[in-house]
Design a protein around this ligand. Structure first.
Ligand SMILES: Cc1cc2nc3c(=O)[nH]c(=O)nc-3n(C[C@H](O)[C@H](O)[C@H](O)COP(=O)(O)O)c2cc1C
Length: 139
């Protein structure tokens, strides 16, 4: 079975609340389970960064839908490529939601992404790289 991973970043629309994010993830998990997708969504204002993994068709179809979503904008794909195994087989869509004034730093991101059992894919490296860049940009 050909597996791919896709990573993109975007910015949350100004009207999107914490509740909206929890609700969208609840729905996304149901859809992802149905389509055999797994992955991770990080929200640390103002950015979303998401890794979606699974069969190529399902990943692309879902990303096409996600791109049409008015709850975020400035969508940039950072990584799309084949993988040997999933990095997040245990998560239909893990959510890391940094609320309020608290923003994630590189160490916290690494702690989440670098479990000993976790395969470090190009997608994971792309997420880490994004946070290294983002941490020097005032938000
Ligand atoms: C940041 C973000 C991440 C999302 N992630 C997923 C996802 O992983 N899977 C999914 O099915 N929908 C996801 N969605 C929701 C889709 O954009 C879409 O609203 C949802 O799939 C329902 O589509 P439909 O109403 O056309 O069936 C996400 C939306 C946003 C804003």
């Amino acid at each position: 079975m050909t597996l791919v991973e896709l990573v993109y970043t975007s910015e949350a629309a100004s009207h999107v609340t914490s509740d909206d994010i929890h609700q969208l993830v609840e729905k996304a998990r149901i859809k992802n389970r149905r389509h055999g997708l797994s992955g991770l969504l990080i929200h640390s204002a103002p950015y979303f960064i998401q890794l979606i993994e699974g069969k190529a068709e399902a990943v692309i179809e879902t990303f096409n839908r996600v791109q049409e979503d008015a709850r975020h904008q400035n969508i940039h794909m950072l990584q799309l490529g084949l993988i040997d195994q999933r990095s997040f087989p245990e998560w239909d869509m893990g959510l890391i939601h940094a609320v309020g004034d608290w923003n994630l730093d590189n160490k916290q991101i690494d702690r989440i992404l670098r479990r000993p059992s976790r395969q470090v894919s190009k997608g994971i490296l792309a997420i880490e790289h994004f946070y290294q860049q983002a941490s020097v940009v005032p938000v």
